[in-house]
Design a protein around this ligand. Structure first.
Ligand SMILES: NC(=O)c1ccc[n+]([C@@H]2O[C@H](COP(=O)([O-])OP(=O)(O)OC[C@H]3O[C@@H](n4cnc5c(N)ncnc54)[C@H](OP(=O)(O)O)[C@@H]3O)[C@@H](O)[C@H]2O)c1
Length: 306
């Protein structure tokens, strides 16, 4: 291994693939390869730094100013958000663009807001209360929308249900107007940063700018994406799946963290024996700001800074 020596402080990104995979050998994006997997999720090499097995290409320098738990906090969500915003030719985030970020105070969302703003774009966050919204603003969001003020979520009524469609559309339009109210001008997002899925995707596609992209990496509320094709084709929008990261994207993201341009958004820190509590808190929607981290090898928080 040429990129790492014994004693180096490192982080590991989650892109994993077989080096002899013909797709990889052909020089194509390796995270799309048949052998591609998410390290630590699809693979089970564990999370004990002393014992885990990682591929050399995924090992990156840890930012020296960060503690172990700060360094661990954003590696998954940050690299994923980077690919979502900068990985899709034709809809790569541009300076001056507007990004609508669902779950802005969560793991992915906090990274997406910062990636957008450090790139000279604007981010409007969607959240479920004011505390989360203010947190998004502290990360650089122009403002936020409280999704609890709307009720048109989920699969829209069938297009033959005229009355139902009318009501659903008025909910969508009100949500779109809320974006304009935050911005103080009538602009639609060039990129909608999605992960809730079923509950929100029809709205995301509706509010997306013509020629824009709704990019999605999860479906936490469900997997059925209902798309009104009339708006989709006439306004020539893109619905793009995104998953994991490749080496270039992970390295570019890690450099931003290394240079102190991106805050890792460390949330609640749990001791190893509290991991069950962390899962319970996640299920209960507690300690929701930023990324939850469990200390695995570190005996206490705050270690690892140089
Ligand atoms: N494919 C990949 O490579 C990849 C990588 C990383 C993560 N993921 C997945 O992405 C998802 C999100 O990860 P995360 O770390 O950001 O999770 P998180 O920190 O729990 O944040 C999720 C956010 O979703 C929002 N949310 C919850 N219910 C919602 C609803 N009904 N409508 C709209 N928003 C809702 C919440 O914000 P409010 O309640 O404030 O709206 C919350 O902050 C997870 O499923 C994760 O597994 C995928």
């Amino acid at each position: 291994m040429e990129n790492v020596s014994v004693g180096d402080q490192v982080v590991v990104h989650h892109g994993w693939w077989k080096a002899d995979d013909p797709w990889v050998q052909a020089g194509k994006d390796p995270i799309l390869a048949p052998s591609a997997a998410i390290w630590g999720y699809n693979t089970n090499f564990g999370s004990f730094g002393q014992f885990c097995v990682a591929q050399a290409h995924a090992v990156l320098p840890k930012a020296p100013h960060l503690s172990w738990e700060e360094a661990a906090a954003p590696t998954l969500v940050g690299t994923t958000a980077y690919r979502m915003l900068f990985g899709w030719q034709g809809n790569i985030l541009q300076e001056g663009d507007l990004v609508l970020v669902w779950g802005g105070s969560g793991g992915l969302g906090g990274q997406a807001i910062q990636l957008a703003t450090t790139h000279g774009a604007q981010a409007v966050a969607v959240v479920s209360d004011d505390e989360r919204g203010e947190y998004c603003k502290s990360l650089g969001a122009v403002g936020y929308i409280n999704r609890k003020n709307f009720s048109h979520w989920g699969i829209p009524p069938h297009w033959t249900d005229t009355a139902g469609q009318k009501e659903w559309l008025s909910g969508c339009r009100a949500f779109g107007k809320a974006i304009w109210d935050v911005l103080g001008e009538r602009r639609s997002p060039e990129i909608v940063f999605e992960h809730p899925g079923e509950a929100t995707i029809p709205t995301s596609i509706f509010v997306c700018e013509a020629g824009g992209m709704v990019v999605i990496c999860a479906g936490t509320t469900g997997y059925t994406a209902s798309v009104d094709l009339r708006y989709h084709w006439v306004r020539q929008k893109r619905l793009q799946g995104s998953h994991g990261t490749n080496d270039e994207q992970a390295a570019a993201y890690n450099q931003l963290v290394y240079d102190g341009k991106i805050d890792p958004c460390l949330g609640q820190v749990y001791r190893f024996e509290e991991i069950g509590q962390a899962h319970y808190d996640m299920e209960q929607g507690k300690n929701v700001l930023g990324n939850k981290v469990a200390l695995v090898g570190a005996p206490e928080p705050g270690l690892g800074r140089k």
